[in-house]
Ligand binder design. Sequence first.
Ligand SMILES: [Zn+2]
Length: 149
Amino acid sequence: MNVVQEPLLGWRGWQVVEGRHGPALASWWVDAVWPARRPLEARCGVHGSRPAAHHACGIHAFSARDEALAYLHRTHDSVPLLFCRRPQRALAVAIGRVSGWGRAVTHRRGWRSEFAYPYDLFLLERDDGLARAVADRYAVDVSALPPIR
Ligand SMILES: [Zn+2]
């Protein structure tokens, strides 16, 4: 466990859901909608915002893009993704890089951090209008095309 001086950069996936003020990024399994223009802070019932080495808390990211993609495909296979535990309708699936900072736990395949914010995003299915709306809301680059594999 360490306190990160420079932000970590990793990969993860999101659902783009219809929020009260426009399209919003939502975590995959945890029922968390990412705030726009301010960091998401981790929340654990035991450890608060600071991820613990022996726990699964903190905001997760993979080191490799392919691991993040594989994670999405795994959940595609096992659960009807767009309906999993989420009251809002999912508009799209996004993958992208995420910055993490504060207290962080690094491990072989990625890291878990206290704070995080998206760095750039790609929609897995082309939607120019939605890409623009998400870019405006979160003030990050959003490509309407998936990353080249
Ligand atoms: Zn915890």
